[in-house]
Design a protein around this ligand. Structure first.
Ligand SMILES: Nc1ncnc2c1ncn2[C@@H]1O[C@H](COP(=O)(O)OP(=O)(O)OP(=O)(O)O)[C@@H](O)[C@H]1O
Ligand SMILES: [Mg+2]
Length: 471
């Protein structure tokens, strides 16, 4: 990071616009969520019908001794196109387990393979067998390395479809993450008859009450709403034998912790508790000591940042930020980007500026109507717009594979926030780029965060080779 304070980081270069701007200037709109005039960012390959083994090397390698009925179900799987992008060791350094090693229900295995998962990632290899034994777990693994399936797979496996009761509660800190997690569960369990419900603030409480009258096996919720339903006596958690807390450190922040502790009072004493996150500050310890029984601790973070993400900073004055962003837009090969600001107000102001510059963008923050938030999330995920300006609402857990660039328009104050924000690109070991706009006031935070994460944030060079974030 040497030379950070006086380098003026390539501001001259930043002011130049290239002739062939990679982003076309779209219609001037940033509030309405309508399809943008731009190429789809998602792959358009046709789906394939092959066995998982064929998917790997194009050859049938199933053991000839396996019975024809075993072969049948694999042959009939409808697998999505293979993702041929480069992947780093963050997800490839596995022990070589197969999903079949865990004796999961065949219907669940079908859902796993049809989701495009060929083999478990390192965190899945560690957590799935332990969670299946009923042990409490505190698991830490890098962003985008598959923690969701690491708890959803054992959760779904353990659910008894014939028992009419909420058997698993998955708590997450934001409504969008709840929607995303329920989608993952529904896909994994699509060949089972498990009833999955998502319940969050910002939606009709009456509807949730009616829905809870019917069978629910797996409930995904934000703490406030589920506590409300439990307090009203409409959400019965007496048979809920598994509690998962995703982004556990966030759920244990002062904002949520009292709710979570009250909620635990509604669960049976013999519950299993699974905590997952990429960050576990010391504050989690007291909760762990009080509520977890001999937890199995998994820590796959010998280093903190993702191997596939290159991190740069540009030293700018506050008033130069928009100009700098404009130059980044014209120079970078952005597949999709998330641009973080530190306040709701700044999110809206910046989205307006970006639109005035002629680039299409959506924006999202927690003060928007939930229906609008959900729509923006859905449409951005489907590639309807290239850029999303966001508050810290999207900092944790949000998984949009097409995002290859994260820009901290405002630099965050702590290293957890920084790590999670930057982890919105480079999902599942893919490559990504993080660019931080640093003002004079941010200089000590940049230094501290770099030290705390033990990772290098380099001055942005005049040219960035696409190979480092577009493969
Ligand atoms: N075994 C697997 N094979 C292929 N892709 C996988 C596998 N497991 C997960 N993925 C994909 O990896 C991406 C990231 O997974 P996930 O969102 O669970 O990461 P995470 O560890 O929870 O990240 P974060 O810390 O940001 O919440 C998802 O798109 C998911 O579908
Ligand atoms: Mg996650």
């Amino acid at each position: 990071m040497s030379g950070m304070l006086n380098s003026g980081v390539g501001q001259q270069q930043f002011q130049r616009r290239t002739q062939n701007a990679p982003q076309e200037r779209g219609p001037r709109q940033y509030i309405k969520v309508v399809p943008q005039q731009q190429e789809q960012v998602q792959s358009s390959n046709k789906s394939r019908t092959m066995t998982p083994y064929q998917a790997e090397n194009g050859q049938m390698t199933l053991n000839g001794q396996e019975s024809s009925s075993m072969l049948d179900w694999k042959v009939q799987l409808k697998l999505p196109p293979v993702d041929t992008r480069h992947k780093t060791e963050d997800v490839t350094a596995t022990k070589g387990n197969e999903f079949e090693d865990y004796f999961l229900k065949r219907e669940l295995l079908m859902g796993i393979y049809e989701k495009g998962f060929e083999r478990p990632s390192p965190i899945q290899e560690e957590s799935i067998p332990i969670a299946l034994t009923g042990s409490d777990i505190l698991a830490r693994a890098k962003n985008g390395t598959g923690k969701t399936a690491a708890f959803c797979i054992p959760a779904i496996e353990k659910i008894d479809q014939n028992k009419n009761a909420i058997q698993v509660l998955i708590l997450v800190p934001t409504r969008e993450l709840a929607l995303q997690t329920s989608q993952v569960c529904k896909e994994l369990a699509k060949h089972l008859s498990i009833q999955i419900m998502v319940s969050t603030g910002g939606t009709s409480l009456k509807d949730d009450i009616m829905r809870l009258d019917q069978t629910v096996h797996l409930l995904i919720s934000t703490p406030g709403r589920v506590l409300d339903l439990a307090n009203k006596g409409v959400c019965n958690l007496r048979d809920c034998s598994m509690l998962v807390m995703d982004e556990a450190d966030k759920l244990l922040s002062p904002e949520f912790r009292p709710l979570v502790e009250r909620l635990i009072g509604y669960l049976p004493r013999n519950r299993q508790v699974l905590l997952f996150s990429a960050t576990f500050p010391v504050t989690v310890k007291s909760f762990k000591d009080r509520f977890l029984r001999k937890p199995y601790v998994i820590n796959l973070m010998d280093e903190l940042t993702l191997k596939g993400i290159t991190q740069y900073y540009a030293f700018v004055e506050e008033k130069q930020k928009v100009h700098c962003l404009n130059t980044l837009f014209s120079k970078l090969q952005i597949n999709q980007s998330i641009i973080f600001c530190n306040s709701v107000n700044r999110v809206e102001l910046l989205a307006k500026k970006i639109t005035e510059l002629g680039y299409s963008c959506f924006y999202i923050h927690a003060k928007m109507l939930q229906s609008h938030r959900s729509r923006v999330f859905h449409d951005f995920k489907n590639g309807a717009c290239r850029n999303l300006v966001s508050s810290d609402l999207f900092t944790r857990g949000i998984d949009i594979q097409a995002v290859n660039v994260v820009i901290n328009f405002d630099f965050p104050k702590n290293s957890e926030t920084y790590l999670h924000r930057v982890g919105r690109s480079g999902r599942f070991g893919h490559l990504g780029l993080a660019v931080n706009l640093i003002t004079y006031e941010d200089r000590f935070n940049l230094y501290r965060i770099e030290q705390e994460l033990g990772s290098e944030i380099k001055p942005i060079p005049p040219q960035i080779d696409q190979v480092i974030y577009c493969r």
